[in-house]
Design a protein around this ligand. Structure first.
Ligand SMILES: NC(=O)c1ccc[n+]([C@@H]2O[C@H](COP(=O)([O-])OP(=O)(O)OC[C@H]3O[C@@H](n4cnc5c(N)ncnc54)[C@H](O)[C@@H]3O)[C@@H](O)[C@H]2O)c1
Length: 315
């Protein structure tokens, strides 16, 4: 991991209308400073991008910026980054409570809570400030990219750019074109993900794409097993780790993802496919109603001393 490499240029689409004047080649705007937004901001800053990280409240922003800082400190402790490189990368991430900086970005990434109406409203606002040649990416893990894109004037420039958690550690980015996404913008989205050091796969705009669809079913099934008393949480997780070589158990994974996000995803799969196999376990529903969102709130299937960033009241 290095901060000295020059930032990669993500050329504006030749078919995109010009907004007059050229955009800085590697300036990113990230909307949502939670688990994923903070991670995407950190990853981009590490490879030399200038990043504006947006959230709706100062406390959420502070938590996201704190997570970015901690990411860099962790890399420095592991010897993957010098303190100087960490400081340099840290300076590249600026927090903001205004959407205005999106007007300077060549790539705008949305990492807001997994709710269709919220994402659509956010993109309606972003559409007013973003330059026409900016690439619009949504980090949704399950929602229809097509439905999110339908809210902006030029849906051809919207792409699902699905990063994984934790962003710095996970290699994959799933790229999902919406119904009206232009090929040129798909190519830009892939170039963007690769510039951030990721490996890209392509998926169709089906509920949950490839990864979330499979992960949600496994996690939900594990929660059903806990609900039915088939095994303890520890035994369910240990069985998956030692029996299948999974790096973490499905209940640990659900806590990492966020139980609120997990529930939103299952609801999307359930309504999207109209298939009862995606019905969320009532235990998950009760835990979300009780405000137990997993690591980000300090408690889920397990307790955590240090909550991770992420919305609590807004998720
Ligand atoms: N958590 C994961 O493991 C994971 C993995 C891949 C993709 N995703 C997807 O990434 C997106 C973000 O998930 P997350 O886990 O980071 O959620 P999160 O709850 O950790 O963070 C969401 C952030 O968005 C902010 N927010 C709320 N309303 C907003 C608005 N109107 N505009 C901008 N920001 C707003 C919240 O304050 C919060 O900080 C979701 O679509 C989710 O499905 C999550």
């Amino acid at each position: 991991m290095t901060t000295s490499a020059p930032a990669t240029t993500i050329a504006a689409s030749p078919s995109a209308p010009s907004g007059g004047g050229s955009l800085p080649a590697s300036r990113l705007f990230v909307a949502g400073a939670g688990i994923m937004g903070a991670g995407i901001a950190a990853q981009a800053a590490l490879v030399g991008w200038e990043v504006d990280l947006y959230d709706v409240q100062q406390s959420f922003l502070d938590r996201g910026l704190g997570a970015v800082r901690k990411d860099f400190e962790r890399l420095a402790r592991k010897g993957k980054l010098t303190a100087e490189q960490g400081a340099l990368a840290g300076k590249r991430v600026r927090g903001t409570l205004s959407l205005d900086a999106a007007g300077e970005a060549s790539v705008v990434m949305e990492a807001a809570p997994e709710r269709l109406e919220l994402k659509r409203e956010l993109f309606q606002k972003l559409d007013k400030v973003c330059r026409p040649e900016a690439l619009l990416g949504t980090n949704t893990s399950s929602l229809s990219v097509t439905a999110i894109a339908a809210t902006v004037k030029d849906p051809g420039r919207m792409v699902g750019i699905h990063f994984f958690n934790p962003v710095l550690a996970m290699e994959l980015v799933e790229v999902i074109p919406g119904f009206r996404t232009r090929e040129t913008e798909v190519a830009r989205a892939k170039a963007f993900a690769r510039a951030l050091g990721k490996t890209v796969t392509s998926s169709k705009d089906a509920p949950g794409f490839v990864t979330t669809r499979a992960m949600a079913v496994l996690a939900n099934e594990a929660i059903w097993m806990l609900h039915d008393g088939v095994a303890t949480r520890e035994d369910i997780d240990t069985a998956h780790k030692l029996g299948f070589h999974h790096p973490m158990g499905p209940l640990e994974l659900a806590d990492l993802v966020g139980l609120d996000t997990m529930l939103s995803v299952l609801e999307r799969l359930y309504t999207g496919f109209r298939d009862p196999k995606y019905r969320a376990c009532p235990l998950l529903v009760s835990m979300v109603e009780a405000g137990l969102f997993g690591r980000k709130s300090g408690e889920g299937f397990y307790r955590y001393d240090v909550p991770r960033p992420g919305g609590t009241s807004t998720s």
